[in-house]
Design a protein around this ligand. Structure first.
Ligand SMILES: Cc1cc2nc3c(=O)[nH]c(=O)nc-3n(C[C@H](O)[C@H](O)[C@H](O)COP(=O)(O)OP(=O)(O)OC[C@H]3O[C@@H](n4cnc5c(N)ncnc54)[C@H](O)[C@@H]3O)c2cc1C
Length: 456
């Protein structure tokens, strides 16, 4: 049996970044992966969605060519086959890149399904049915998450499907209904609506992106409508059935809709399949994710866990960060997890960036706060680009310390890092404005406009 300092179960951004970090610390490391390196993020999450969205966004822009004085293009039909082939190539290139990186850094990778024999020993079952056993001083579980339907919604093979299954469609449907107006649902709507697919979103709560700041949801609701997306807010879907090659369903309140496909984007749950977690002694949270402490350690001394399998925030970079915290703690350097300055991007049209608290969270926690708002239309570059929708909002506490930042607009997913840094430095809005100089003309200047409003 081969022995390692660290065995990482799962080759997604949680597992592979943690393994690379352990290797940097001089540890002998092994990744066990049942499919391919890259995890959900690379194969059915972040990267394929953004690859397809790149086509949607370019297509939308190309429809306004005359506004920029460019010649009209004659052929306006979308070639979904080419778009799909590009998605496959992007994934393949990134997968090969990861494989080479692991090889170059000396991180071993074994492909197969990992199951615990006990807290230090793991059996790997390969595709051909053969097994090998490995052991590790420290074991890291990073097995990710999978789609979970809300109660009342059942899968209907090929018709009512987990949202991410649309990423491998070979043809475009004419109409879709998305159950769930959260991040995934809104990104899928923006992916398909520009191509003329009729998109309906049904959201049980009162607005789209219900976890985002209230002004963000309001703006995105307006922008989705501009794309032709029909929204049914505060509603549930009921009684769906297959009918002449389509799905017919009712939206609470008795409106009947018939669509080609239903994408369910209502939430995710931890992947523990085949892991035989009971052999390890690791305890779970009541909702099924792995229970960890602030050091990413489970209740079993030598077993750590990170990423989606431990529950929210369900972000690739959060998984990588938690993996690094786990490795630091496992190999002797005590570090607490601190997710306060984790930024998040939502790659809708326009994009959303967020870090820290929303106004709703401040109110719920009884935190005294103030906000400043700057609009994209106040920024010269937005006009130059022809994208003036959106705003930036900064939230400060009673001592004027920055505790939240929210941006809607072109490139918001990039610009948000400026606010993430300010938040992680723990500085006030005045200190921030004094220290930073924004290059002109940039979209980031929307933050400057916001600071000026906040610091009067
Ligand atoms: C449609 C969609 C879009 C998304 N977009 C974004 C985005 O834009 N930005 C963002 O930050 N996040 C995004 N996410 C979320 C992001 O993909 C996840 O947060 C991230 O992949 C979690 O990383 P992880 O390492 O915890 O798990 P995963 O990436 O899921 O990796 C887990 C790995 O473990 C392997 N595995 C599971 N069980 C076993 C076993 N028993 N033995 C061996 N291997 C096993 C799996 O095959 C998988 O490769 C998106 C997700 C989806 C579904």
């Amino acid at each position: 049996m081969t022995h390692y300092d660290g065995v990482f179960i799962g080759g997604g951004p949680g597992g592979y970044e943690a393994a690379l970090y352990a290797q940097r610390l001089g540890k002998k490391t092994l990744i066990l992966e049942k499919y391919q390196l890259g995890g959900t993020c690379l194969h059915s999450g972040c990267i394929p969605t953004k690859t397809l969205l790149a086509s949607s966004k370019r297509f939308l822009r190309s429809q306004h060519r005359d506004k920029y004085g460019l010649p009209r293009v004659g052929h306006q039909e979308v070639d979904w086959t080419v778009i799909s082939e590009r998605r496959v190539k992007v994934i393949e290139d990134n997968t090969r890149g990861l494989e080479k990186l692991m090889e170059a850094k000396g991180v071993d990778v074994d492909y197969g399904i990992a199951s615990f024999l006990d807290e230090k020993n793991i059996r790997v079952t390969h595709d051909d049915g053969k097994t090998t056993d490995v052991s590790g001083d420290k074991i890291f579980i990073a097995t990710g998450s999978k789609s979970a339907p809300v109660s009342g919604v059942q899968w209907l093979d090929g018709w009512v499907i987990p949202g991410e299954h649309c990423l491998s469609w070979h043809t475009l449907p004419k109409s879709i209904l998305i159950v769930g107006g959260g991040v995934m649902g809104c990104e899928f709507a923006c992916m398909f609506a520009p191509f003329g697919v009729k998109v309906h979103i049904v959201e049980m709560l009162d607005d789209v992106l219900p976890m985002e700041d209230i002004d963000v949801s309001k703006t995105l609701r307006r922008e989705l409508k501009k794309l032709g997306v029909s929204l049914y807010l505060g509603k549930k879907v009921e009684n769906y059935k297959q009918q002449n090659g389509q799905i017919s369903l009712n939206i609470e309140g008795n409106k009947q809709i018939i669509v080609d496909k239903v994408l369910v984007c209502t939430g995710r749950k931890a992947i523990l399949d085949n892991l035989e977690i009971e052999n390890s002694g690791v305890k779970l949270e009541p909702h099924g994710s792995i229970k960890v402490d602030i050091h990413q350690r489970t209740n079993v001394n030598n077993i750590y866990s990170c990423g989606d399998v431990t529950g929210p925030p369900l972000l690739a970079h959060a998984a990588s960060y938690e993996g690094k915290v786990a490795v630091q703690n496992a190999f002797g350097n005590a570090v607490d997890r601190d997710l306060r300055a984790i930024p998040a991007g939502i790659f809708t049209i326009p994009e959303v960036g967020r870090v820290g608290m929303t106004e709703q969270q401040c109110i719920a926690k009884g935190i005294e706060y103030r906000t400043g708002l700057g609009h994209m239309r106040q920024v010269g570059r937005s006009h130059a680009e022809g994208d003036t929708a959106g705003f930036a909002k900064i939230i400060v506490d009673s001592k004027d310390k920055i505790i939240g930042g929210h941006i809607v607009g072109k490139q918001a997913g990039e610009i948000i890092h400026v606010l993430a840094l300010a938040l992680s430095l723990g500085i006030t809005a005045v200190e921030f404005e004094e220290r930073i100089i924004f290059s002109h003309p940039t979209l980031s200047e929307v933050i400057w406009e916001t600071l000026k409003e906040l610091n009067v």
